[in-house]
Design a protein around this ligand. Structure first.
Ligand code: ATP
Ligand code: MG
Length: 220
């Protein structure tokens, strides 16, 4: 499903080179739930961005479903990303002045669904994450756990086969975080391939495989 071959990423910062990833090779099969752990600065977010078509590697290749994503033109890559990948972040990146319903409606509108159909499908998704009582609340009027559930619903709008999550429970208390992990486990059971960066050992233990990064390389 996701194949990374000898990928490195070097950032140039004030004429200094920072090697964030160092010749990483990995294979993630369809249906896996993989967690990535490691100290701060070890390259976890960089690896996830590389996998998601958001950051091109300095060396090496990344393929998803046998498509070498960095061989695609930027437009094709962005379309591919929309069809294949859902992102979940530690900070939810919701639009602050839109309600929960409007936030989840955005991807449907971008796909060209009409207003009413988009609202219906967004309502369904928010019901799935138990937020049907909060449709008209703006992000600032919800708890952080509810905001992450809105982000989860929005991410599911395109029904992506792959979910990439960067510390999705990093801002949440253990119980609220546990609920988000519960939703991810359910989605994985339903067939989604998930890669999750986490600092929470309990969360990592719930996944089917754990990968440790240190200084941009895997440790066994
Ligand atoms: N845009 C950038 N420019 C320069 N250096 C960067 C950039 N982004 C990340 N880095 C560096 O690359 C290394 C890996 O960063 P990355 O964000 O992937 O780490 P991480 O494992 O996700 O850390 P954390 O757990 O703190 O989120 C770090 O040393 C970081 O300082
Ligand atoms: Mg990070």
């Amino acid at each position: 499903m996701i194949h990374i071959e000898n990928a490195s990423k070097t950032y140039t910062h004030h004429a200094e080179q920072v090697t964030a990833l160092d010749r990483v090779t990995m294979n993630i099969e369809a249906g896996e739930f993989v967690s990535i752990v490691g100290p701060s600065g070890s390259g976890k977010s960089t690896l996830l961005l590389l996998m998601g078509g958001m950051l091109s590697p300095s060396e090496g290749t990344v393929s998803i479903d046998n498509t070498n994503i960095y061989d695609l033109s930027p437009n094709d890559r962005s379309r591919f990303r929309g069809q294949h990948i859902g992102f979940l972040f530690q900070r939810f990146h919701l639009i602050p002045y839109l309600t929960a319903l409007e936030n989840v409606t955005v991807p449907f509108l971008l796909q060209g669904d009409g207003g009413e159909a988009a609202r219906e499908r967004a309502t369904e998704l928010l019901t799935r994450v138990q937020l049907d009582q909060r449709l008209d609340h703006k992000p600032g009027e919800m708890s952080v756990g509810q905001q992450q559930r809105v982000a989860l619903a929005r991410m599911l709008a395109n029904d992506p086969p792959v979910i990439l999550a960067d510390e999705p429970t990093g801002n949440l208390d253990p119980q609220t975080g546990g609920a988000i992990i519960g939703f991810l486990l359910e989605l994985n059971k339903a067939g989604k391939t998930i890669v999750m960066v986490t600092h929470t050992p309990e969360a990592a233990r719930m996944t089917s495989r754990m990968i440790s990064l240190t200084n941009g390389a895997f440790v066994n």
